[in-house]
Design a protein around this ligand. Structure first.
Ligand SMILES: C[S@@+](CC[C@H](N)C(=O)[O-])C[C@H]1O[C@@H](n2cnc3c(N)ncnc32)[C@H](O)[C@@H]1O
Length: 219
């Protein structure tokens, strides 16, 4: 089954100049701060990130934990992350070109994680329920999920009208989807507000939520 629209060409083309947009850099910084506030980070945690892009959120989160596997479907985004890793002397980040649905490529290598997180990626994933189910299966009992994404938007956030995306999410509906997959301790906060000139050429402020949840210790 095809789980996601093929957005690889779009993100491959955007990768090299991704970090040149201060709005993205700022957003990742604010999401990292919100995660730090909401989650009890431990230095022995192993984490998985879905849709890491160039690593704007990957790098600050990796400094708080033991290891981080960073997935992205775009090989050019992963190239950019690898360039950053090469500049550091050591790194606990393992970048992987992969869709969440086909990870890990060798099922026998399935690991479970203390934390799974993602920022601005879920609106690009067509089958949200399927993705949440997959993430639940990859979490350790007692593990944490953190998803940052757009609150429901006007449909003009993305510049390309052909991009197949969810127009953000309603928090109460997203909460129901999390509950359906078995997540507990669900809470929402506003991680960031970002102002941009949208596709209708109107300057608008969009909000980004951070949803945190847990897999019960009894799973
Ligand atoms: C809007 S970008 C956000 C990147 C990064 N999280 C940031 O905040 O800068 C979304 C990223 O998710 C990746 N992506 C989209 N669908 C994906 C999927 N099904 N599995 C893994 N990565 C995906 C894209 O290639 C892209 O790099």
């Amino acid at each position: 089954m095809k789980q996601s629209p093929d957005n690889r060409p779009h993100f491959n083309a955007a990768a090299e100049t991704w970090d040149a947009n201060p709005r993205r850099v700022n957003l990742a910084r604010q999401v990292a701060q919100s995660m730090k506030k909401q989650l009890p980070f431990q230095t022995d945690w192993n984490a998985l990130e879905i849709g890491c892009g160039t690593g704007l959120l990957t790098c600050p989160v990796s400094s708080m934990i033991a290891s981080l596997t960073a997935l992205d479907t775009s090989e050019k985004m992963i190239d950019e992350l690898n360039k950053k890793i090469c500049k550091q002397r050591t790194s606990n980040i393992q970048p992987v070109v992969s869709d969440i649905f086909s990870f890990p490529h060798i099922p026998e290598q399935t690991k479970k994680y203390h934390l799974i997180f993602s920022s601005m990626t879920f609106h690009h994933i067509e089958n949200v329920d399927g993705a949440l189910q997959k993430l639940f299966s990859l979490l350790l009992p007692g593990g944490y999920l953190a998803i940052a994404d757009l609150d429901e938007e006007d449909g003009y956030f993305h510049n390309d009208s052909n991009e197949k995306v969810h127009h953000g999410f309603r928090r109460n509906l997203f909460q129901k989807q999390l509950l359906q997959q078995g997540f507990t301790d669900i809470s929402f906060s506003t991680a960031a507000k970002l102002t941009k000139t949208n596709r209708a050429n109107i300057e608008k402020t969009y909000t980004v939520f951070l949803a945190t949840a847990r897999k019960s210790t009894e799973q």
